[in-house]
Write a protein of this length. Structure first.
Lengths: 330, 319
């Protein structure tokens, strides 16, 4: 009995030692990435290609922009995907942990307002009309209330959940304040549910990322948006986003790179350079809008200079130009 | 004459009684039939729902049922995206879950059933164990995030996930262990004590041996619940894109075992499915359907194995 016990103790000790030593060994070259599920497809494509090209291991999670920053500011990840700029709270958390970051815009997304294909009366919507539908406490329940010229048809609103970066940006652009929205709409964290909702309801209206519209063009109709009443309405498209005419619903997407990782882990530096180099091709392939070539050049130079900080100061801004953003960080 | 009259009266009344009994039997048989039909319908609701779901998933996902789907890493291209890292992750996590939950669960069950004094304190424990079985799985995820990931610094690893799911199925294992032990006739114990066995000998040579079938069933049913769990795994921070496998547990140099895989990042089948389902590209939805069908199939196989083993082990016990 006694010998059996001491033998099992020895085995346990051996296991513990082996495990402890392997724990240290596990600090091999792995680039850890987490963050926005909107940016995920782009980063996934980059990780896939980078791993093929260099055999460096890359892992990508999609716990959301907020959770991603939490991990990033604890130093658990090298790169954080973000569908909105870093917030004041997150800046403070990073500062407290001594984490510096380099903010890199990597692509555009066009928030797309869609209706059911049976809805043929809406030719375009202005931001003011969207505001009337979506502002907090809005009592608009019928298309007729949006515009007297529209038929008497119930309006059914669908939108992303409140934890989503898409929600933050849309509310900022349309209602003037991030997260301020009417609450009596059908929310879902899964954009495919919104697609289903609008395609099944003749009076439905929803907003989400362009990629979900692009893949469901047969079931949905996108609405041209005019920034002000009377200004020309612009249909969401990669071209309109690129030339800056699709406003205010085109938004930049970011990656935040841990400055220490970028400086001292050559594989992280190589990955980010690879990211910016291949962005024009791969971003388009996963149905997002690449930045103009000169913007990528500016972002590359920005990364090369390794200037840490954010150009936003903890607040989101609608319609900011990439070059202006980079020039702010000196 | 009178006697004859009474006799025929008697006969008539017997006949009437017989008729009453017959009609009662008919009525009861009819009631039986009604209940059996209701029962059948109730059964069919569950079974047909599962069947419809499964067939729907198989029909949606069948283009992806090939070896490549199991040997490819995730990819941005739906056609070449596979399950390799997900199924390997699921297998490794389940292995840790098994190794963590079975010894602890069986020991706890044995203690509660065989050793614990029957008082208010063990009653309290008993109630709490049963309650634990009903705690939403996300709570286990939150507990694990605080305890394993940050408290014990195990990181977002296979070890953490396995231990979390181990905790999750622990109540199932404990309860099924106790049920299995209760099923052993008192005569067996008494016979063992009668020939001079100690308590530990009774427990190790008889109680554990005869309750194996029941315990195993509980363990497998617990595991088949754990394999489909998503919420706690997401909470502790499973990855989505991981295109390499954890280090192999077996190596060709001494000591031939390698525990590096325990601290490796991972993904599991339900998370891979969830990711594909939320993609805009419909081709990924096919992958998700195929993964769903595979998860259901694995669960069915595990439950089937549980039933088979129980049958096999029970057959071998000769009291």
């Amino acid at each position: 009995m006694n010998t059996v016990f001491s033998k099992s103790m020895r085995i346990a000790a051996l296991v513990a030692v082996t495990f402890a030593s392997s724990h240290a060994l596990a600090a091999e070259k792995i680039i850890a990435i987490d963050g926005s599920s909107t940016v995920y497809p782009i980063t996934e494509a980059m990780a896939e290609e980078f791993q093929k090209a260099t055999k460096t291991k890359v892992t990508v999670g999609e716990s959301g922009t907020g959770s991603g920053f939490k991990k990033f500011c604890r130093g658990e990840t090298d790169v954080s995907d973000a569908s909105r700029p870093i917030s004041q709270k997150e800046m403070d958390a990073c500062k407290e942990a001594g984490i510096q970051y380099i903010e890199l815009p990597i692509a555009f997304d066009a928030l797309t307002v869609v209706v059911n294909p049976k809805n043929d009366f809406v030719k375009s919507l202005s931001v003011a009309e969207l505001n009337a539908m979506w502002k907090p406490g809005s009592s608009v329940k019928n298309w007729k209330q949006v515009n007297p010229a529209y038929p008497d048809k119930a309006l059914a609103l669908y939108g992303p959940g409140t934890a989503s970066g898409t929600f933050d940006y849309f509310t900022e652009a349309v209602n003037g304040k991030a997260k301020s929205s009417r609450t009596d709409y059908t929310p879902s964290e899964d954009d495919n549910v919104l697609v289903q909702g609008v395609s099944g309801n003749a009076g439905g209206l929803a907003y989400f990322g362009y990629a979900y519209y692009e893949e469901n063009k047969d079931k949905l109709r996108a609405i041209p948006i005019s920034a002000k009443a009377g200004s020309p309405a612009v249909m969401p498209s990669p071209e309109a986003v690129k030339d800056g005419t699709y406003q205010p619903l085109s938004r930049p997407l970011f990656i935040y790179v841990n400055a220490t990782s970028a400086a001292f882990k050559p594989e992280v530096k190589a990955f980010v350079n690879f990211y910016l180099e291949n962005a024009p091709k791969l971003v388009a392939e996963v149905k997002y809008v690449p930045l103009p070539a000169e913007d990528y050049a500016a972002v590359k130079a920005h990364f090369k200079a390794m200037k840490p900080g954010t150009g936003f100061g903890g607040k989101n801004e609608v319609g900011i130009k990439v070059k202006d953003l980079i020039n702010r960080i000196k | 004459m009178q006697a004859q009259d009474t006799q025929s009266n008697k006969k008539a009344s017997v006949l009437a009684d017989l008729e009453a009994v017959r009609s009662m039997i008919r009525r009861h048989k009819f009631n039986d039939l009604v209940f059996a039909s209701i029962g059948l319908v109730a059964l069919m609701i569950g079974l047909l729902t599962l069947l419809t779901l499964f067939i729907d998933l198989v029909m949606d996902g069948y283009p992806r049922f090939n070896m490549q789907f199991f040997s490819d890493f995730p990819s941005r291209r739906a056609g070449s995206a596979g399950l390799l890292s997900a199924w390997v992750g699921s297998v490794l996590v389940m292995a840790v879950t098994f190794l963590a939950a079975v010894p602890v669960g069986v020991a706890a069950g044995l203690y509660l059933e065989e050793y614990a004094p029957k008082n208010w304190f063990s009653d309290l424990i008993e109630i709490n164990v049963s309650n634990l079985a009903g705690v939403p799985s996300i709570i286990y995820g939150l507990l694990a995030l605080g305890l394993f990931v940050y408290g014990l610094d195990l990181g977002q690893s296979i070890l953490t996930a396995g231990l979390t799911l181990g905790l999750l199925i622990l109540p199932t294992v404990i309860v099924s262990t106790r049920e299995a032990i209760r099923g052993i006739p008192v005569a067996i114990r008494e016979a063992a004590y009668a020939v001079g066995a100690t308590k530990w000998q009774v427990v190790s040579d008889h109680v554990v041996k005869y309750s194996q079938g029941g315990i195993l069933t509980g363990v497998i049913i617990g595991m088949s619940r754990a394999i489909g769990e998503t919420a706690p795994i997401i909470t502790i921070g499973a990855l989505t894109f991981i295109a390499f496998l954890p280090p192999s547990p077996v190596t060709d140099v001494a000591p031939y075992l390698n525990f590096e895989w325990l601290s490796s990042g991972f993904t599991v089948l339900p998370i891979q499915m969830f990711n594909w389902l939320s993609r805009p590209d419909h081709a990924f939805h096919i992958n998700a359907a195929a993964t769903g069908a595979i998860i259901i199939l694995v669960t069915l196989l595990m439950n089937g194995t549980a039933i088979y083993l129980r049958y096999k082990i029970r057959k071998n016990i000769k009291w």
